[in-house]
Design a protein around this ligand. Sequence first.
Ligand code: DLZ
Ligand code: SF4
Length: 519
Amino acid sequence: MTVSTAGTGVETLVLVMGDQLSPALSALRDVDPHSSRVLLCEVADETGYVPHHRQKLVFILSAMRHFAAELRAAGYAVDYVTLDDPDNTGSFTGELRRSLSRHGASRVLTTEAGEWRVRQMQHAWRGGELGVPVTVLPDDRFICTPEAFASWAEGRRELRMEFFYREMRRRTGLMMESGQPAGGRWNFDADNRRPAPAGMRFAGPLRFAPDAITSEVIDLVGRRFGSHPGAPGPFWLGVTRRDAGAALEHFLREALPGFGASQDAMLAGEPFLNHAVISPYLNVGLLDPLPVCRRAEAEWRAGRAPIEAVEGFIRQVIGWREYVRGIYWREMPGYRDRNSLGARRPLPGFFWTGDTPMACVAAVIRQTLELAYAHHIQRLMVTGNFALLAGIDPREVHEWYLAVYADAFEWVELPNTLGMSQYADGGLLASKPYAASGAYIRRMSDYCRGCEFDPRLRTGPRACPFNALYWDFLDRNRAPLSRNARLRTAYLTWERLGAAEQRACRESAQSFLATLDSS
Ligand code: DLZ
Ligand code: SF4
């Protein structure tokens, strides 16, 4: 089915992609609705470059359909191509060609794609592939351009997020007072990162019932993507700017005050804790980063949220999110192939089922398959930590994260997975590997209470596998890691274990890894 609104004399065809759903998008901002047509297309290339979680597919396709309806209501002529259009060519290039021949536009306008793969397509379009002039505008929904990041990075020995973040604070004026950081410190993390206090209650994010459009997409995804991971429902994400704004306000009211303290905590049966869960909305354009941060800052100024919670939240948005995007554009395309620790083990099958006796890993994977969501510590310190310690091929780990999370787009997911979590870039992004034994998971969660393994045991059949794997990981990677000052204490502890205990650790780890390989 191709739905197009009537209109003659169309001059400009504006392509809007599934993560560009903002009315203020550069390609939409200055076009005259009367002499242009907007193309949105659901294409097999995008739905299939990894096996996206079914709720992620529902989220993106439904958000695209809702955005098309909003554009029509605002007076735009919209050409919307659905996935089950029998003539759908399956690619952006093919759909641009078809739309050009349907409507005879004399030029194409689009905003830079978020992903390197699609940027290459845009280069080809600009090079004449479509037979009409093509303009690709910068994506100014971000605070820092790739060029500004590159000049910040130029000549620095280490690209530490903290210093980049301070620049972003100065540039935006967020949480600044007379040129100084509010509260006298740039970073209040020392007051955060605690385990969840007993008896704490969590509101969880706002959930949205599917409307008629979303229900249609749920049917479509159920029919066409049976082999993709994840439950298709109950679908719970918002799909419009209005929904996303309501989700943000709900977070600010209900969870922001407690966000800082519990941001690294994990509890069985509590997938969300005080996390905002706005990254899917930010990453497809239903929320914009700067206004989001200004709203959070206003909560602090009004005395409704403590400084450590608000600073921690803002740091994620204007610091970390912008920083990883800068790294992505600076390092691609080679970044995707990096594997500094030479990790080659295939991804274990239980990443697609959660079927493992490790209670923490099972909980995070099951939650991921159910909700297309896990919070940052679950991703980093449970599944990511496990993959790192077990020596899983970082490319496979990357493709898993890209597939299963509703907020995962390569520009943000790849540096987080390959750099921060898997240390596959050799320390460009993280000053040390995020490797931890069972003691960390025991301290920060209650998963161990329901586990058949004991986090206090290092070896033997009841020992937590994270323990022997942790020591074996350090031992195996002695050459690239032992000179890292931040790992000195860990290596000293390993030496003190003595030859017999070291051997037992290696054997325990090897026999666990052998069961992984054979399963
Ligand atoms: C992620 C995604 C999916 C699953 N499907 C579509 C789609 O059918 N049409 C579309 O325009 N965009 C989709 N997207 C988002 C794109 O993958 C994303 O816009 C590009 O990767 C950006 O470079
Ligand atoms: Fe995870 Fe080990 Fe704790 Fe089990 S004992 S939940 S495997 S950390």
